[in-house]
Design a protein around this ligand. Structure first.
Ligand SMILES: O=C(O)c1ccccc1NCC(=O)[C@H](O)[C@H](O)COP(=O)(O)O
Length: 264
């Protein structure tokens, strides 16, 4: 059984409890969409993640104050905040997401393993404006059902892939935002060549490509920027940074959007 199988099995168990859990109180404050954030920037957009722990690294920062961390991300020009809300494997929670949404004026991604519309209802009530759908965790029918359900609620959807087959399946639903995860969720191996290999499948210039995981230094960001990534999703490097100002500056590389150099 892979770690992804274990996580999904746990999600199925949690669904039973979720039915009886009241929705959190919706946050009325409007925030820009992620698409607007990317369109208004000429630099690499950063989705900055609140990540207390992970299956591959164990504890990263269990005592982090998500509100303070998110505010610091915002102050350094993050385009959006990602909050890992899974409790069992990542030590996160929907309460973290709720608190972050109230504290910042940015789009907020619910980074979880969504397999049912009920989770989307809870994510939205907690303040998510973007949800994640991991193609590897869903069959085609479920992927389409959840994508349509979320977009009909006005949420943006990040559709995540890791290989060619998943990319073809993702493209079939014509998503506006595709994330290529450089981390293999079955083996934990992280390789930026994944983004380089899959980026050219995205031929619609209006589709935003996010490169996820494994961003450590500027050269990493340059690599994925060269093949057309307009945004990166960064967790561990930001969580461990002693100087977030410097880390953001290093990663916010200028993009030559629309030029040949940037073309996929
Ligand atoms: O990070 C893990 O160990 C992990 C294991 C299994 C499923 C998902 C996992 N991480 C979720 C993510 O995709 C990352 O949190 C995110 O892309 C940021 O990655 P990084 O910058 O490498 O922390």
């Amino acid at each position: 059984m892979t770690i992804l199988d274990k996580i999904i099995a746990q999600k199925r168990k949690e669904l039973v409890e979720l039915i009886n859990l009241p929705l959190l109180k919706e946050v009325e404050k409007p925030v820009p969409t992620f698409k607007e954030q990317v369109a208004s920037s000429s630099n690499m957009s950063i989705i900055a993640e609140i990540k207390r722990a992970s299956p591959s690294k164990g504890a990263i920062d269990l005592t982090v104050d998500p509100i303070e961390q998110a505010k610091t991300y915002e102050g350094n020009g993050a385009a959006a905040i990602s909050v890992l809300t899974d409790e069992t494997f990542f030590n996160g929670s929907l309460n973290d997401l709720h608190a972050v949404r109230k504290a910042v004026d940015l789009p907020v991604l619910c980074k979880d393993f969504i397999i049912d519309t009920l989770q989307i209802d809870h994510a939205r009530a907690a303040g998510a404006t973007i949800i994640l759908l991991i193609v590897a965790a869903l069959d085609d029918e479920k992927l389409k059902e959840l994508y349509d359900y979320a977009t009909n609620l006005g949420l943006e959807v990040l559709v995540e892939v890791h290989d060619e087959v998943e990319m073809e399946r993702a493209l079939a639903i014509q998503p506006e935002i595709i994330g290529i995860n450089n981390r293999n969720l079955k083996t934990f191996e992280v390789n930026l060549a994944t983004t380089e290999k899959l980026a050219s499948y995205i031929t619609n210039p209006n589709t935003i490509l996010i490169s996820e995981s494994g961003m450590r230094v500027r050269q990493d960001v340059e690599r994925v920027g060269k093949v057309g990534a307009e945004a990166i999703l960064v967790g561990e490097t930001l969580m461990r940074s002693d100087d977030l100002n410097a880390t953001f500056s290093e990663m916010q590389i200028p993009l030559s959007k629309g030029s040949e150099q940037h073309a996929r």
